[in-house]
Ligand binder design. Sequence first.
Ligand SMILES: Nc1ncnc2c1ncn2[C@@H]1O[C@H](COP(=O)(O)OP(=O)(O)OP(=O)(O)O)[C@@H](O)[C@H]1O
Length: 687
Amino acid sequence: MKPRLTPIHSLTPSGQASENKHSNTYNTKISHSHNVTELKRKSSENRTPITSRTLKSRIKQMLQGNAKVGSPQSNKLQRLQKESIEEAIAQAQKDRLGGTEYDIGPFYGLPSKVEELFTKHRKIKSLYEWQKECLSLPAIQQRQNLIYSLPTSGGKTLVAEILILRELLCRKKDTMLILPFVSIVQEKVRGLAPFAVDLDFLVEEYAGHKGHMPPKMRQKSNSLYICTMEKANGLVNCLIEMGKLDNIGLVVVDELHMLGEGGSRGAVLEMTLTKLMHASTDCQIIGMSATLNNTSDLTRFLQAELYSNNFRPVELTEYVKLEDNIFTVNADTIIPDEKLRHDRIVSYPYTSKMVKQDPDHLCGLVSEVIPDKSCLVFCSTKKNCENVAVLLCEMMPRHLKGRNRQAREALYRTLKEEGNGQMCPVLRKTVPYGLAYHHSGLTMDERKLIEEAYSEGTLCLLTCTSTLAAGVNLPAKRVILRAPYVGMNFLQRSQYKQMVGRAGRAGIDTSGESIVIVKKKDKEKLLDLISGPYDSCMSSLMYDSAKGVRSLLLTTIGLKLTPTIESVIELMRRTLLDIQSSTLGLDIPDITKDALQSLIDLGMVKQTRTRIDGSDDPLSQITSQSPIITHIEVTRLGKATFKGSVDIQRAPTLFTDLCKAQKSLVVSNHLHLLYLATPYDYRSGQH
Ligand SMILES: Nc1ncnc2c1ncn2[C@@H]1O[C@H](COP(=O)(O)OP(=O)(O)OP(=O)(O)O)[C@@H](O)[C@H]1O
């Protein structure tokens, strides 16, 4: 019998997490990785087909077995693990070469065991020069805030991970890693779980429906919270409320430029960082990005030092295809006419039918790389991804068929099993040819299977949307941008850079290349795309008529961080919005006053005035000479609104509706209850 492809998610601790909604912590007392490795070994030795389902249940069974408190085997395992960590730390202390009081070892202040783990799990043998330089910056030694900026795939994450491990192991503090998307959080949780197992800390996933609020306070181990931006905000609120914010020693923000996203996500990130800066006495903040422009605003906002470098481990050559011509991008010159250098004219043996089907020669461009090397084709819409994948299979069947047959068949079967016998007709058609699409329409399991199959070489090409560019580590020899658009919008330079940055697989290729296919009408805009400055990262707090400001004030008043008008003003001074107020032409005191007034008008915040001498109602004691101070606090409605993350504008209507419902709720069937519980957005059919 043929071996079956084993889905990665069922082999990792996250497989266990998805079986049990509430289990989102990687308890290092349970040796997951050992079980996983053992299972993998046995499965390959016996060459017995293992279905994802039986494997899942076997892992679950083993984990449950391990977790039984007091079982002699688990006690022994725990003891051995603890002993080996203590031994490693003792050895590290012996080996320590200078450093700060917190260093416990020779590997950038960490035990050599950490170096071994990076070699074992990441195949990293030594750090790049810039990584060494960055880790020895005075800002890092003195635990100051730092922003570092390097091109995509420059190895930024490794520096962040070393800093996180130092905080967890040497300073024994909790840490937080903020990432932009749920899928990236999940990938990172999987990537760091083996480190947690071997180094005795906890990895806690805060994304989607996962993550305890308030967080569980751990006595024995420190936690690394890996969060989406929204969850990080909730977590910081909880920690402030519990008086435990100082448990967090380090917060790392990946894709810091998302502060300027313009909508609620950028605002949420700014609120989180503002609250951290305002309320924490000891937390270091590290921000990273590949696409920063106005760094001085950001360093002022985070009171941070800046480190930047242009290092890229694999050389990237950017090309533009315009009609039948391919041009090399020369972004360094300031002379517009020299930004595009003619490279070659493309000519492929297309029949007239093929020219009609594929006027942009996508098939020809792709066939220069696949199936021997990998290729990513970015498309502007999900539908386009699917169409392009089908088109390529139809146009080059002989070129693609017959390779990696067994692995492709195994992937096909596993995808079908994941869908309980059903399979998307597009994937059904494309997977046997080694192609697939990758967009948000896939289930999480399908996405993981496709990502793993691509990384292993079972699939040689993915057609994908822009979301693949923002972090998931799936590099390719050649990256093609089918058109310089996301949906209907022309690409921003930062989006373009993220996409082309996927080209070149470190450790596999010595170079990578990108080709953006452009129509003549877009030629002018193209120059900005390939060589213009990055868009400035501007505060998002003013989105939707200052919704971010109102939300920030309601939360900080609710958390008792800003109990007076003066403290509200002081908090607002810490925002990126305040730093950029003159550029944006905004009057922050006016905006603050308006936002406060609107919260008062909505019945979410109330004021009480007292005299400084403590006498009661100031208005009835006009004779007193003592100055008046105005206290502000949230009402019950205000508290419910920020705790429930309810839209501030909608909360009063929701409250009125609930009051009505309380008096006269008649639930004739389940649908009635569902109707009452459906958010307004969904009811009005916006989704
Ligand atoms: N010192 C190193 N030696 C070898 N490989 C490395 C080293 N540092 C990082 N890498 C590898 O390079 C690849 C890209 O690194 P990483 O994801 O950290 O880049 P990044 O700068 O965070 O990119 P992005 O901006 O896309 O998030 C990864 O596969 C990583 O394991």
